[in-house]
Design a protein around this ligand. Structure first.
Ligand code: NDP
Length: 449
């Protein structure tokens, strides 16, 4: 296994996020490979860690002043063993091939856990939508889709949103696809309700994170009622994570963005949450503005030099990281444990470094990794695809009911898979093993392709 991993590093040196994601899965599935010599003979690890296709392309666009810009576009089509490639698009200046490959790799196992027929992919660009006008974002999206359109399709590859790609961007991307291909199909998910979107899709990732947390708690005879939760981020996932926590009787005391975080000891109520939604989704403002409206809250500026994030030092019962990868390091994990946190449900993808995850496992924290806990978003995207192919829209209760059921089933699958290998209570191992076995068996059924 070490040899395989070092070959992966040698082939693509410098792709540290991708290596991190691969290493975690490889460590988890070691006992599976020991039990199944056929998997080793068929080189399943080497095959699953190599994308089926990697697309990189130039995205030229013009700003409102007539200045030309060039960004880089990516789509990594990682694995199609169990369905068309499926996974979001991220527009953020930090985007590079390593980040898109790690996200695509994670997506393969996550999609497998949902029980729906979806392969794994991910894409995006180093374009920064922050501070850009709607017209600039539209021109960028149109240029991005001018290339991407030839590679995707409702039965081939179905992108969705992620960081920096919300309803506005999905609208512009869909419009350009439709014009180029002259067809109205479910080629993207996260669409607006009026033209093929699904109810509950905007809420799905955050709601799912909390359903998963509630399942982990129920498993040990507890509920979210009265529990204090630290939430990071203030975008789509963070907002609906907070909303569902409130609905289930929990308290939310933090939100963040890349500039820092707010701590509201009185707790975020529905009205304050509505303010955050308006601030972030409509006015596209910064999180410190929360304190202008609610002066009892405290804003703390992000300080990368500090070596830890002060958000994770507040006394709480649960933490839901919903911003970005590697936002919890080993020190943060220690701080969380010392602050009384006994449950982590990850809204972001890979928000905990391997050392942080190790702390959670060692300390017996109920630790739901992103690929299980945040799978609700892609699950409802799968339901959006199903509704699109039937030209039907299911009511809100039906979609939320299915989401809840899927999260429950992911929880059971993780628990059972971990127990089968004597790793009771280890959701990381459970998620990786269950996701892996299903995809690998499908790959073997389909031959060496
Ligand atoms: P949004 O763009 O809506 O929000 C992202 C939030 O995270 C913002 O508050 C943003 O702050 C903050 N953030 C982003 N990058 C950084 C950074 N480098 N440092 C600090 N803060 C940062 O994205 P989503 O809510 O959709 O996504 C959040 C996470 O959830 C991501 O990891 C994503 O991959 C994951 N996820 C999303 C799903 C979805 O359905 N949307 C599905 C499954 C996982 P700022 O505004 O300052 O950039």
């Amino acid at each position: 296994m070490e040899q395989i991993f070092s070959q992966i590093i040698q082939r693509d040196p410098g792709q540290k996020e991708f290596h991190q994601a691969v290493q975690e899965v490889m460590e988890s599935v070691r006992p599976v490979l020991e039990r199944n010599p056929e998997y080793r003979r068929q080189a399943v690890l080497e095959r699953i860690a190599e994308p089926e296709r990697v697309l990189m392309f130039r995205v030229p666009w013009m700003d409102d002043q007539g200045q030309v810009h060039v960004n880089r576009g990516f789509r990594v089509e990682m694995n199609s063993a169990i369905g068309p490639y499926k996974g979001g698009l991220r527009f953020h200046p930090s985007v590079n091939l390593s980040i898109i490959k790690f996200l695509a790799f994670e997506q393969v196992f996550k999609n497998s856990l949902t029980t729906l027929q979806m392969g794994g992919g991910k894409g995006g660009s180093d374009f920064n939508p922050k501070g850009r006008t709607d017209a600039e974002v539209m021109r960028f999206c149109q240029s991005f889709m001018a290339e991407l359109a030839r590679h995707i399709g409702p039965n081939t590859d179905v992108p969705a949103g992620d960081i920096g790609v919300g309803a506005r961007e999905i609208g512009y991307l869909f419009g350009m696809y439709k014009k180029l291909r002259n067809e109205f199909t479910g080629v993207l998910t996260g669409k607006s309700l009026d033209w093929g979107g699904s109810l509950i899709r905007p809420e799905a990732t955050g709601y799912g994170v909390v359903f998963f947390a509630a399942e982990m708690l129920a498993h040990v005879g507890q509920t979210l009622e009265g529990k204090t939760c630290l939430v990071s981020g203030s975008g789509n996932v963070a907002q609906y994570t907070a909303e569902k926590i409130l609905q289930l009787g929990g308290r939310v005391v933090t939100f963040s963005d890349s500039s820092g975080y707010v701590f509201d000891e009185d707790g975020v109520d529905r009205e304050k949450l509505e303010f955050v939604k308006q601030l972030k989704n409509i006015r596209r403002g910064r999180i410190h503005e929360y304190c202008d409206r609610y002066p009892q809250a405290i804003f703390t500026e992000a300080d990368p030099e500090l070596g830890y994030n002060q958000l994770w030092t507040h006394k709480a019962d649960c933490a839901m990281p919903c911003a970005t990868q590697n936002e919890i390091n080993e020190r943060d994990a220690g701080n969380l444990v010392r602050s009384g946190v006994s449950l982590i449900s990850e809204g972001a993808n890979m928000p905990s470094t391997p050392a942080a995850a190790e702390v959670f496992l060692q300390e017996g924290v109920l630790y739901g990794p992103g690929k299980a806990a945040n799978a609700g978003g892609v699950a409802v995207s799968g339901l959006e695809m199903a509704q699109n192919s039937m030209r039907l829209s299911w009511p809100r209760e039906e979609v939320e009911g299915r989401l809840k059921q899927i999260m429950k089933s992911i929880h059971t699958t993780c628990v059972d898979a971990a127990a089968e290998y004597g790793l009771d209570g280890n959701y990381v191992a459970g998620a990786n093993i269950a996701g892996f076995v299903k995809v690998v068996n499908a790959m073997l059924d389909q031959g060496l392709v």
